[in-house]
Ligand binder design. Structure first.
Ligand code: ADP
Length: 270
């Protein structure tokens, strides 16, 4: 099923005839709907923290004589404004990735360096939950790409692994190279993802557990950004998970050697 736009032209045909012009506008309608849904989602996502900030600042103003309550409100104001800041910067990031700006120049990037730096940046967050962050498999692999985009992609996966894991667990970031494909696997022992949610978590604003995502400062955009970055690098991102048994997110990228040869499709089993 689709949508057809009909236009009736009177001339230049003989008087008892008209010319019907049929145009398939299915794709146009779909794009329009995606755009409307996106604007509605963004408005909703911004309304929640803005509403919370309004209430919290009023409460703070009323709490002048209660320093403990004032401290509580202040910390929640900081949390909500930080989340709003992340939302706005991730929206900008996503719109850049979706082609609003030209792609950055690609150059050879060391995957080990990107991964080691992402691990270093995540140590404070991991330590706060006594999560052991392991970095395994120095591959020596190089991909052709944007170092800052790849750092964002790996950083988002590691951040999620920490956020969606309980305390005293382990997060492992493993890098391997097989048949010209570099595999970055982020393995956690966290809450896991139900099969029905696994395909959808890469959609913008989709969350398996909205309340939990918001409470942890999530924007619902992190994995959509990872998926775009993987696509920009002719790669892909996948998840394998069991609820209650942790998740493995895998970023698969063609290595420089393979992109030069332009051969073999990505392995089926990763
Ligand atoms: P968010 O900001 O909500 O974390 P993401 O796009 O990064 O947004 O992730 C989308 C959803 O996927 C999350 O809300 C969460 O439900 C689920 N998710 C992502 N990573 C993990 C993980 N490592 N373990 C369990 N659930 C995850």
């Amino acid at each position: 099923t689709g949508t057809v736009a009909v236009r009736v032209h009177a001339s230049p045909l003989p008087e008892d005839r008209v010319l019907l012009e049929l145009t398939d506008v299915t794709e146009l309608h779909r794009v329009e709907k995606v755009r409307r849904d996106f604007v509605a989602n963004v408005s909703h996502e911004l309304k929640t923290p803005v509403g919370a900030l309004q209430l919290l600042t009023e409460a703070l103003a009323d709490a002048v004589d209660d320093p403990q309550a004032a401290a509580r409100f202040t910390s929640r104001i900081q949390h909500e404004s930080a989340r709003m800041g992340r939302l706005v910067s991730e929206l900008l990031e996503l719109s850049r990735l979706q082609g609003a700006e030209p792609l950055p120049a690609f150059s050879p990037v060391s995957v080990d360096r990107v991964v080691n730096e992402a691990a270093d940046r995540s140590r404070t967050a991991a330590n706060a939950k006594r999560i052991a962050l392991h970095r395994t498999g120095e591959s020596g692999a190089t991909v052709s790409g944007s170092e800052s985009q790849l750092a964002t992609a790996v950083g988002n996966l590691v951040r999620n692994a920490i956020v969606y894991s309980p305390e005293d667990t382990t997060v492992t970031i493993d890098v391997t190279e097989t048949r010209g494909w570099v595999k970055v696997a982020v393995i956690d022992q966290g809450i896991g993802i139900a099969p029905a949610d696994q395909a959808r978590v890469f959609e913008r604003f989709y969350r398996a557990d909205p309340a939990r995502s918001r409470a942890t400062g999530g924007t619902g955009l992190g994995l959509a950004i990872v998926k775009h970055i993987a696509g920009n690098h002719a790669g892909r991102v996948e998840v394998s998970s069991m609820p209650g048994n942790g998740s493995v997110f895998t970023l698969l990228l063609p290595s420089v050697a393979l992109s030069a040869r332009e051969s073999a499709p990505p392995p089926d089993e990763i």
